[in-house]
Design a protein around this ligand. Structure first.
Ligand code: F6P
Length: 320
């Protein structure tokens, strides 16, 4: 293996740059050449590809976003786009591809590997923590900290005005950000897509708190559950509490990555290069019990990531 290429795809996540840096530096350390593909799979199809060197990744380790930029590519979803990408594989002499992204990005990599045989390694980079085969994804830790910081600020004003706040966090169809941020932020209730919720139970909990003299509450809602505006309206109607809704949105994707994310990204990036050098052809990197792992992409994608119900139950107990 002489020349590998690298792209970031899907929603950006804090730590992607640290991962790009790790891939480039580890590859160069072993004498490989690295090509950076811009704008996700779009750049793969459109030949937006350029060599990277040690200087290309200088000073990016703690920067949020991705210097390679990213996209959710429609072009790569169809065979014509993938055939064009394969022309670029030949034109640029690409012998292996590393994709930092989420499950949609890995599905694309898997299909391309099946069709054209290019060795591919996926690295889970998404704030959602929804990738099977890994305990944690790059960016999740930072996004949770960002959400907790927001909860802490909202808590100040919630207490002062004796209000109930509904805080919507990202996560697509997965409740991990909500669960972790809700537990760390001391939320009264956490609504996640993996577990049915009941307005009676939520309102009973709020009323119990109210009878104990608790005049403010925080409810964290994962975006995949329901409209947070609707949740706020229903809770306000049932309890009569002054209720506000805030949607944290894309600010959860930005900012300096946490040290945990930078270390994870560095380890995963280095491992991806090792796997390509060892002749692996379709692997997904993960971290299990603090060890960096590699699973067959097909095996990983055939599973669903389950939520940690122990954590969910604990959050319920502690917010009684
Ligand atoms: O997958 C990351 C994520 O931020 C999800 O949490 C969210 O549902 C989605 O991306 C938003 O995507 P976009 O930036 O395309 O609106």
């Amino acid at each position: 293996m002489q020349r590998i290429a690298l792209l970031t795809s899907g929603g950006d996540s804090p730590g992607m740059n640290a991962c790009i840096r790790a891939v480039v530096r580890k590859a160069i350390y072993h004498g490989l050449e690295v090509l950076g593909i811009k704008r996700g799979y779009n750049g793969f199809v459109e030949a937006d590809i350029a060599p990277m060197n040690l200087g290309s990744v200088a000073d990016i380790i703690l920067r949020g976003g991705t210097i390679l930029r990213t996209a959710r590519s429609d072009q790569f979803m169809n065979p014509v786009g993938r055939a064009k990408a394969n022309e670029n594989v030949k034109r640029f002499g690409i012998q292996g591809l590393i994709v930092i992204g989420g499950d949609g990005s890995f599905r694309g990599a898997k299909v391309f590997n099946q069709e054209y045989g290019l060795p591919v390694v996926g690295i889970p980079g998404t704030i959602d923590n929804d990738i099977p085969g890994t305990d944690q994804t790059i960016g999740f830790d930072t996004a949770v900290s960002t959400a907790v910081e927001a909860i802490s600020k909202i808590r100040d004003t919630a207490t002062s005005h004796e209000r109930t706040f509904i805080i919507e966090v990202m996560g697509r169809r997965c409740g991990y950000i909500a669960l972790a941020a809700g537990l760390a932020g001391g939320a009264e209730s956490i609504l996640i897509p993996e577990y049915p919720f009941d307005y009676d139970e939520i309102c009973d909990r709020l009323m119990r708190g109210y009878r104990r003299g608790k005049m403010h509450s925080i409810i964290v809602v994962a975006e995949g559950v329901a409209s947070s505006l609707e949740v706020g309206r229903k809770i306000s109607e049932r309890t009569g509490f002054d209720t506000k809704v805030i949607i944290l949105g894309h600010l959860q994707r930005g900012g300096m990555p946490s040290a945990t994310d930078v270390i994870l990204a560095s380890r995963m990036g280095a491992k991806a290069v090792e796997l390509l050098m060892a002749g692996e052809t379709k692997k997904l990197i993960g971290v299990r019990a603090a060890q960096i792992t590699a699973t067959d992409i097909d095996d990983a994608l055939s599973q669903t990531k389950s939520i940690d119900m122990e954590l969910y139950d604990l959050a319920g107990v502690l917010s009684i």
